[in-house]
Design a protein around this ligand. Structure first.
Ligand code: ADP
Ligand code: MG
Length: 685
């Protein structure tokens, strides 16, 4: 930041100590902060109107000359009106102000004046308290009228007109001080030849299959200088110029982020010497032989990418994306085996005890016969170190956050796998990595990540995508229903249970139904549903149960001793029971789309057809529009994009922290092209 722009706001003429506090509320302390204040919107006050054309109640700006003016006083001079008449050759306009008699000194007959306001009567044409600006004889351009003007977010103590004038003067005075942050990168982008090709080369084959080709037109934002952009951010010549300016400033922000990502990566490459971990197949071969199904092409492609990473001396930093049910666990198992074969230990961390237990059960079943020691570490359970003789000196640890704690130590940690990574913060991930010396990292997510987030928030990671589900899955049909249909829904559930299938019934809360919002609680609904679904057995699952209770409920459900599971969203991640084909979600309107998609992912895991019923307590137009997305598609990527558009990035980001949250101009919901461009410019530099 050049020194003059770093000056405190009080360095500006007309800004005194009393303003400091008001500006602080807008996050403004320096001249630069002020210049980067984004207008809420713009107002087109150009005169396209003549007085003769003015219409009732339509805001318009006209230019004319004052032909008469005067003040009337009422009731012993405590009330007054000041009025002037403006003429532009096509008609006359009366402009009137109440109780501002001093205006008589401001306007003179013969003055040329811009007036902006709405007509409140036609005969005579009259405006009350319009905005005005006298045309200066020195020909200086108008700030407030006869142009497109900015409208700022305000706080108490700052008026729109005052702030606009201040902005204008500050731009005049400091505009030349605004320097390019990324001039060289942008110049290279303007050179433009083959723009887009570099990006395409970096995208892995699986990723290319799921994303459209990059746009090859040089972005028009590139041809704008930073100072021109800041100027038209406030005072654009045409309305679209303000959006173009925003894009130019957003591009700078994306470039900042990409440069930071690159610096982190370079530091990692410079310091890290990881152990090659690609294995020799002596465990993977028998593992795949006893698995019972062949890997899909998507899974094989991803494993090839991972193996190439593990063979390198620099640590893998890879994000594995795959829709719910795509088969990420098997990929994780193969990855773990590569490291185990190479004599390294592996830590697999999952966000919930239910999921950690499930992974523990699966991995034990799969890997114990191969002589791999598998241990579980959760807050409430720690399996005894396996005394079984093993030919390996490496071992697999599976657990929850307990793995991060100091009491957990591991030798020769070669690989860290994190399941459902958005449930963990970056700091937690780093703590686990520090238990080894630059171990490889595989993070997995079942919430598909829209490309903008992949390029920004997850910019540190290479991406692999399992693009296709394993074959032989039954279809999932989804319906949105109002609460009046519940009796029919329960009849339907009873019929499916009678056929031998199982069901999940999900509520947003554990206890205490909220009568005001109609939000139901799973404990309050239990007895009613137990009766409703009898003679089938019903059980409760929620976060307040102890780990043993949870595990015993899940065991009953897996063994079909319980046919319907009433649960909160604790079952959102990972739970895998193929015979469960029905999911009813009450108060569906209270969940995000990505979360509903996750929940729905618990069904459709076997060969039977599945049904998901979303019951909305209040089926507003808004709720209906959102839930309709789920009725129409089971494609997690499409759903995540819709969620990003409708609710912003908050939920998709979860615990993931990053510079992206500090964006002022960049908008993750619509700036995919800019994010791609920034990535490419930095990659090619
Ligand atoms: P997710 O990607 O949601 O973690 P899982 O790994 O739990 O999915 O896999 C979902 C189900 O699909 C599991 O029961 C798993 O055994 C099965 N599965 C995984 N890969 C294949 C495959 N190649 N063919 C058939 N079934 C598979
Ligand atoms: Mg999973």
């Amino acid at each position: 930041m050049p020194a003059p722009l770093a000056r405190p706001i009080t360095a500006l003429r007309g800004v005194g100590p009393k303003h400091v506090e008001f500006f602080a509320k807008l996050g403004i302390a320096t001249v630069q902060d002020l210049l980067l204040l984004q207008p809420r919107r713009h107002e087109d006050r150009r005169t396209g109107w003549s007085i003769g054309q003015l219409k009732l109640k339509v805001p318009a700006t006209v230019l004319g000359r004052i032909v008469a003016q005067g003040t009337n006083f009422y009731s012993k001079k405590t009330k007054s009106t000041f009025e002037f008449i403006l003429d532009d050759g096509t008609g006359r306009l009366h402009c009137r102000w109440w109780n501002l008699p001093w205006l008589a000194d401001k306007f003179r007959v013969g003055d040329e004046v811009f007036v902006h306001g709405k007509l409140l009567s036609l005969k005579p044409r009259m405006m009350d308290h319009p905005e005005t600006e006298i045309v200066e004889s020195d020909g200086e351009a108008s700030t407030h009228l006869h142009r497109i003007v900015p409208v700022y977010p305000l706080t108490e103590g700052l008026s729109q007109r005052w702030l606009r004038g201040l902005m204008w003067r500050t731009l005049e005075e400091y505009g030349a001080q605004i320097l390019e942050r990324h001039g060289e990168l942008l110049a290279r982008g303007r050179g433009g030849a083959g723009l887009g090709s570099g990006l395409r080369a970096r995208v892995t084959a699986t990723e290319a299959a799921s994303s459209p080709a990059p746009n090859l037109d040089p972005n028009p934002a590139l041809s704008l200088s930073c100072s021109a952009a800041i100027r038209s951010l406030h005072f654009p010549a045409e309305l679209p110029d303000a959006e173009l300016a925003r894009q130019r400033l957003a591009l700078d922000e994306f470039l900042d982020l990409q440069l930071a990502v690159r610096a982190r990566r370079e530091k990692l490459l410079a310091n890290a010497r990881s152990q090659p971990c690609k294995g020799d197949n002596h465990l993977i071969r028998p593992f795949l032989a006893q698995l019972g199904f062949p890997l899909t092409d998507s899974q094989t492609t991803v494993l090839r990418e991972i193996r190439a990473d593990l063979a390198r001396g620099t640590p893998m930093r890879r994000l594995l994306q795959g829709d719910v049910g795509a088969g990420k666990t098997v990929v994780a198992a193969c990855t773990a085996l590569m490291a185990l074969e190479s004599g390294h230990s592996v830590a697999l961390m999952a966000p919930t005890e239910i999921l950690a237990e499930q992974h523990f059960r699966n991995f034990t079943r799969w890997l114990k016969p191969l002589g791999v020691r598998v241990e579980l570490r959760t807050g409430s359970r720690k399996t005894a170190p396996n005394s079984q003789l093993s030919t390996l000196n490496s071992q697999l640890f599976i657990g929850t956050h307990a793995l991060i704690e100091d009491t957990f130590t591991v030798e020769r940690l070669g690989l860290v796998i994190i399941d459902e990574q958005h449930k963990f913060g970056v700091a937690q991930r780093e703590r686990l990595l520090r238990k080894g010396h630059y171990p490889h990292l595989l993070v997995m997510t079942a919430t598909p990540i829209p490309r903008t987030l992949g390029l920004t928030v997850y910019g540190d990671l290479d991406v692999s995508v399992i693009a296709h589900l394993p074959p032989g899955r039954g279809a999932i049909k989804t319906f949105v229903r109002g609460p009046e249909k519940l009796p029919k829904v329960w009849t339907f559930v009873r019929e499916r249970l009678a056929e031998g299938r199982q069901a999940y019934i999900v509520y947003p809360r554990v206890e205490d139904t909220d009568l005001k919002t109609g939000t139901k609680a799973v404990m309050a609904e239990f007895e009613k549903l137990a009766k409703e679904l009898a003679p089938h057995r019903v059980a409760l699952l929620h976060g307040r149960l102890s780990a043993e209770e949870k595990e015993s409920v899940m065991a009953d459900f897996r063994a079909n001793r319980v046919q319907a599971l009433l649960a909160t969203s604790v079952i959102e991640v990972g739970v895998d029971v193929a015979n469960a084909t029905v999911m009813v979600i009450e108060n569906a309107e209270q969940f995000g789309l990505a979360q509903l998609h996750q929940l729905r992912g618990r069904i459709g895991r076997g060969a039977h057809d599945s049904w998901c019923v979303l019951v909305a307590a209040k089926l507003t137009d808004d709720a209906r529009a959102r839930l309709k997305v789920l009725e129409e598609t089971t494609d997690g990527f499409a759903i995540a994009e819709a969620d990003l558009r409708l609710r912003g990035p908050g939920e998709l980001l979860g615990q993931a922290q990053s510079g992206a949250q500090q964006f002022r101009f960049a908008d993750l919901t619509r700036d995919l092209e800019l994010a791609k461009l920034a990535r490419e410019l930095v990659t090619r530099a």
